[in-house]
Design a binder for this molecule. Structure first.
Ligand SMILES: [Zn+2]
Ligand SMILES: [Zn+2]
Length: 554
């Protein structure tokens, strides 16, 4: 039993919003109240460890509703090209990195972003082939929707001049029909699936390190959107007794057959590890110009208008959703462009009755979610609430996309990164990072939702200030919202009796600032908002408590 005392507890439980102490037993919250009340309650028990929080603030543990855990862990060791400013610099960095790897192994990693290069143009394989004639190289864009490969990687994947582009993807070719090395969306999986998986002990080691960093940043749980390899890694970490935050594990379409064979189902598991749903893709991403939009991307005269890539049509999605539901599996569907979101909502709507039937026959709730939901047609905003579809959003995408929004100027009538509009319409919003596309730090995401301005805190960069939300709403989306997205809202996400004892002890109160009201988001001035939001952004928890255990402290 542990008793946390002398804290300003923001419970996020509307029935009992504030308290001074929390009593924990066997990983769960036994009671929330005043210090005296809880000391009385605990007095019969012989062993109570009292932890004096000395006036610190406590909020619910934050949960990342969309994190690629294995990929994120890999980025701690892989080449990182985010800071290079040209193709040449990128090649030099890759060459230096390759020298640190064992002879002959694939060179992977990447996170390049041609939008930030001196000449903002997609690279090709020419210089890569000069640097690496025989060794396979495959480098992801920052959004992980485009792969830049050399000839050795293409050959290993069996991609030749006459290989057709797969449905939902593109093998980019030069004017002679020769693959340039750029593979978009589902074409990238042709190479991705043959990259040898690292040995399990290497993956476990990387995941353990990543877990430490997540706990230090204030995550008490995450929804892992990666595939099968990371599932094995989590299981190995768990078996070693080293899993220290709560995981909801999603699967990818490539693993659906495996899921069917093994009877894998949404909602199975225990307090630490729960099976989530199946992740599907309906389109690409904004930075790669592959998000599926009703209006075309800006294009030169004479160029074909590009509306992005529709990876799966509404018909295909409808069938995939039905098949998953019949197997007791809920859906998490990637949709960034407004037209993609429109079709996904319609495909889910067509499966409303099937969802109810599946819930009845499997005895579980199935929460369908749209991942990203970045651009939404005005008439579709209310459909999220009507259909009970969770908007799983990543506020940092908005502020990382500021330069893109400036250049691409998407249709202004669309609800863009509209977490506030969706919540006001009655939908549940769940926040996450989409790490490693963005850093995992949840406080930076809360900052982004509060300000919609660049990470350095320049108010002049704000995108649509009318869509800012309060600190309270942002924290709630990052805790209770994430819990709801996985059907776990009765177990985690708020500080109340019976819930898991997952919370953060902070030396700064995100809900109260000078001239800033964290409950309503009202600020006396832009300056007051940004001063407070910057402190929220820079928050490092004093303690991260998971299941009553102090999993991290500083
Ligand atoms: Zn995605
Ligand atoms: Zn993602």
């Amino acid at each position: 039993m542990r008793l946390f005392t002398h804290a300003d507890v923001a419970t996020f439980d509307p029935a009992n919003p504030t308290a001074r102490a929390i009593l924990e037993s066997q990983g769960k919250i036994l009671a929330v109240g005043s210090v005296r009340e809880l000391r009385d309650l605990a007095s019969d028990t012989v062993r109570v460890e009292e932890i004096d929080c000395r006036g610190a603030t406590i909020i619910p543990g934050l949960v990342d509703a969309h994190l690629h855990a294995g990929m994120y862990a890999d980025t701690l060791a892989d080449i990182d090209l985010r800071r290079v400013r040209s193709e040449h610099e990128a090649i030099e960095a890759v060459r230096a990195h390759a020298r640190t790897l064992p002879e002959g192994v694939w060179v992977t990693g990447g996170r390049w972003d041609f939008n930030t290069w001196d000449r903002p143009e997609q690279p090709d394989r020419t210089l890569l082939d000069e640097a690496f004639p025989d060794r396979p190289v495959a480098l992801w864009t920052i959004d992980y929707h485009t792969l830049w490969c050399n000839g050795a990687a293409l050959r290993a994947a069996g991609i030749h001049d006459d290989t057709p582009s797969p449905r939902g993807g593109e093998i980019v070719r030069d004017e002679h029909g020769r693959p340039t090395g750029i593979l978009r969306e589902d074409a990238a999986t042709l190479v991705e699936r043959i990259i040898p998986v690292l040995p399990l002990e290497v993956r476990v080691d990387r995941l353990r390190k990543a877990q430490d960093s997540w706990l230090a940043e204030g995550l008490t749980g995450l929804h892992d959107i990666d595939g099968q390899a990371t599932r094995e890694t989590w299981e190995a970490l768990r078996a070693a007794g080293e899993q220290r935050l709560r995981v909801v594990k999603y699967l990818r379409l490539e693993e659906f057959d495996w899921a069917k064979r093994t009877g894998w189902r949404t909602g199975r598991g225990d307090d630490w590890y729960v099976q989530g749903g199946l992740k599907l893709f309906s389109d690409g991403a904004l930075g790669s110009h592959t998000s599926y939009m009703s209006s075309p991307f800006p294009h030169a005269a004479g160029e074909e208008p590009n509306h992005g890539i529709q990876i799966a049509t509404e018909d295909v999605l409808r069938g995939q959703i039905a098949e998953a539901l019949d197997r007791g599996i809920s859906l998490a569907i990637h949709a960034i462009g407004d037209q993609a979101n429109h079709h996904v909502l319609s495909a889910l709507a067509a499966n409303t009755e099937r969802t109810v039937r599946a819930e009845r026959s499997f005895g579980r709730v199935f929460r369908h979610r749209i991942e990203h939901a970045q651009f939404i047609q005005p008439a579709d905003v209310a459909r999220f609430a009507e259909l009970g579809v969770v908007a799983s959003m990543q506020p940092r995408h908005c502020i990382s996309d500021l330069h893109l929004l400036d250049r691409l100027r998407p249709d202004e009538s669309l609800a863009a990164y509209a977490w506030g509009d969706l919540a006001a319409a009655g939908a549940t919003v769940a926040f996450g990072s989409d790490g490693p596309v963005e850093p995992a730090n949840p406080f930076a995401a809360i900052y982004a939702a509060m300000t919609r301005a660049d990470i350095s805190g320049d108010p002049a960069t704000t995108f649509q200030p009318e869509r800012r939300i309060s600190a309270y709403a942002a924290i709630e989306a990052h805790s209770a919202g994430a819990a709801y997205a996985a059907g776990l809202e009765t177990r985690t996400g708020r500080i109340s009796a019976g819930m898991a004892a997952d919370f953060l002890v902070l030396d700064h109160d995100p809900l109260r600032g000078d001239g800033y009201d964290g409950m309503t988001g009202e600020a006396a001035s832009e300056q007051a908002l940004f001063e407070h939001a910057a402190r929220v952004r820079d928050t490092r928890p004093l303690m991260t408590v998971v299941g009553g255990q102090v999993a991290h402290s500083r």
